[in-house]
Design a protein around this ligand. Structure first.
Ligand SMILES: [Zn+2]
Ligand SMILES: [Zn+2]
Length: 326
């Protein structure tokens, strides 16, 4: 990424101009930079945006100047296709993503259509709120897709920005559920954070947990955790993969899939794609009620490249956030 001067964008008819206060750093940015996703180019990355409404387009009714709002990965959807009509706007063929198809929040200003911005609960600081908008919202969606019931065992593969929020939702909503956390071997600070947030068991990917998993969420960018999670999944269990793309380098591990060990007994695999507005609208008040305490490591806008390198190395504790203005 290069730092450049650009004109402040003008809000269209139903758009708001947002002065960006903070923007979260997400693994999806690495997928875009490394070519697994194809953004429009040039692009301003960033889809976990917290900012103040600075100016309204002529037909805006939902916000007033000064409101503190969040913008998430969903930047727009058509509103009329079969998927949109059924409440699955995340699957809309016209789905546009913030910081990929439309300019995002690694910037001082951005614009968005008012329907795709949400009021941020007062309880959160700007940098705390940023990771709620992707890591939090998509974590919430992934958890919903597992179908977890209270008292069941949940496995979390990877313990970064999203999983450290998911565990806080689980401990609040499902008090009798045991949560087992799997990290890369030797990821000490992730393991300590997991214990502090109430994990009932912590190990490395590949370890066999004390009980089988009724469901699991994989938030890693690689394949090994998928195979390992299927191995220790309970009969009839479900693995939800929360990743937009997987890296290729450990793909041969899939040849180890053995039908009887990993698949049979009605085990299921489901992916999570994008988010809907209602995911954000349901999750933000819940996050305030719990309240979720995102663990945040702050960077300046000028340090965005370094922040992404640390993220790639698995060295960010909790979630990385760019602090853009006060
Ligand atoms: Zn993201
Ligand atoms: Zn649609």
């Amino acid at each position: 990424m290069e730092l450049v001067e650009l004109p402040i964008p003008e809000p269209g008819d139903r758009q708001i101009l947002v002065k960006v206060l903070a923007c979260g750093v997400c693994h999806t940015e690495l997928d875009e930079i490394e070519g697994r996703l194809r953004p429009k180019l040039p692009i301003i990355l960033g889809h976990e945006i917290v900012g103040r409404v600075e100016k309204l387009g002529p037909r805006v009714t939902k916000f007033k100047p000064g409101d503190r709002v969040g913008i998430a990965w969903i930047n727009s959807a058509c509103g009329s296709c079969r998927f949109c009509r059924e409440g699955n706007e995340n699957l809309c063929p016209e789905f546009k993503a913030t910081g990929c198809d439309a300019d995002g929040g690694y910037a001082e200003y951005t614009v968005v259509t008012e329907d795709f911005a949400y009021l941020i609960p007062d309880r959160f600081t700007d940098t705390e709120a940023a990771p709620l908008l992707c890591a939090g919202v998509i974590g919430y969606r992934a958890l919903r897709l597992t179908g977890l019931r209270d008292g069941q065992v949940l496995g979390l593969y990877g313990f970064g920005a999203s999983a450290h929020i998911v565990i806080q939702i689980v401990k609040h909503k499902y008090p009798n559920t045991r949560v087992f956390v799997f990290t890369r071997p030797g990821q000490k600070h992730h393991q300590e954070l997991a214990k502090r947030l109430g994990a009932d068991w912590v190990g490395a990917t590949g370890d066999t947990p004390p009980e089988k998993l009724d469901c699991a969420i994989d938030t890693t960018p690689v394949w090994t955790p998928v195979v390992e999670a299927l191995r220790v999944l309970q009969k009839g269990g479900r693995l939800v993969i929360n990743a937009i793309r997987k890296e290729e380098h450990d793909k041969e591990v899939l040849l180890r899939l053995d039908y009887a060990t990993h698949i049979w007994q009605e085990k299921e695999v489901k992916s999570v794609a994008n988010v809907t507005r209602s995911d954000a609208e349901e999750f933000l008040p819940l996050a305030a009620e719990i309240p979720i305490r995102p663990e945040v490591q702050e960077f300046k806008l000028e340090e965005a490249n370094q922040a992404l390198v640390l993220l790639k190395q698995g060295k960010i504790k909790g979630a990385g956030v760019l602090r853009i203005s006060e």
